[in-house]
Design a protein around this ligand. Sequence first.
Ligand code: AMP
Length: 431
Amino acid sequence: MSKLDRIKAPRGTFDVLGEQSAGRAALEDRARAILGGAGYQRIETPAFEATELFARGVGESTDIVSKEMYTFEDASGRSLTLRPEGTAPVCRAYIEHGMHKLRQPVRLWYLSSFFRYERAQAGRYRQFSQLGAEALGSEDPAVDAESICLLAALLGEMKVASLRLRLSSLGSLAARQEYRERLQAHLRAHADRLSEDVRARIELNPLRAFDSDHPGTGAVMESAPRLLDFLSAEDAEHFAEVRAHLDGAGVAYEIDPTLVRGLDYYTRTVFEFTSDRLGAQSGVGGGGRYDGLVEQLGGPATPGIGWATGIERILLAGVPPHAAPATVDLFVAYEPAGEGDARAQSHAPAGAFALLSEARAAGLRAQMELAGRSLKGQLGYAGALEARYVAILGAQGEAILKDMLGGGSQQTLAADTVVHAVLRGLRSLSP
Ligand code: AMP
């Protein structure tokens, strides 16, 4: 038979293995502690949603919706999309479950996979994990500040290197409309110096011109009108209060009037954390206020603010807290069957499995030999696992119990008293 081709994971996806998995678990634990402690509850939404949710929520003119979505028709002809972001689904769930009737603000966090058809490179994948937090139902600037501080705390605990926080305000939708027209006039006046891409989007999404790395566009943007100069008195006051809270909390930030996030739903506060450690994909996490989104999705007028941060980027730019190694209280070893034994030579005897089961039922973290190693090999393996005790089962219902930390001391006892002896030994160690 000819050898079959190896099947690889699709481009832009990856497997999470060994230590990476421990780092992710440690990050999740920290997030649960920080966000849970601040009153956020976990939410899980489906991996796919009606395409309309993102088209209406995120905006047709955005990169995400116009070119990055994994959209498909199911067998009944419905258009579905693998979620490219988490805010629109959370708002959909808020409306669907009548969460506006709960005490406000409703604060939710998630950690899930997201899908975008992007150019895959280091730090940019087609399936990636985002941790996000959303607070709905309050427009108090303190909620903005709290949201930002929680992300700062998480990134700080993960020791993300060379962290910068950029902050701006986009104002309300009405102020943005007036500003948009001014910006369009400026872009049209200098259209010949703009990149083709930016020129093509003057009508649809002029704000994205700020994100362009095209030199000509950059020069045109230097003299472009600034959204911060167009804020209404109310929006300016809101922004000032957010800044005052951040100052009070000792969170450093830079005002960046060119900060434009790639999603249409933002209003007022926007922010982004970057790390120079990440090279081109410097964004670690970001978010902002989206006071019109719930209404735009058919719900009651509800203010909201939130952020999302990329798990893979945090792990690239940070140092996850050391995850405690999986401890083994008891390793069950046995004398391999002698020559001529009818039992398959490499298989474990029934007594070993029974002891393993008894130990686990008693709450011990137990493992056993499963690969047919020699007795010497088994002891070496138990040592590598840093097992506290090793029980070597004999053929006559007896066992040698070795205390691997207590100077290798050992005793011979009946196999059915091993679990008891280990429990007693562990108990005598604990204070
Ligand atoms: P966004 O939803 O675009 O505001 O992204 C929020 C965060 O998610 C970014 O700061 C990144 O950390 C992360 N992120 C976004 N897109 C990707 C991607 N394609 N691959 C890995 N991480 C991503």
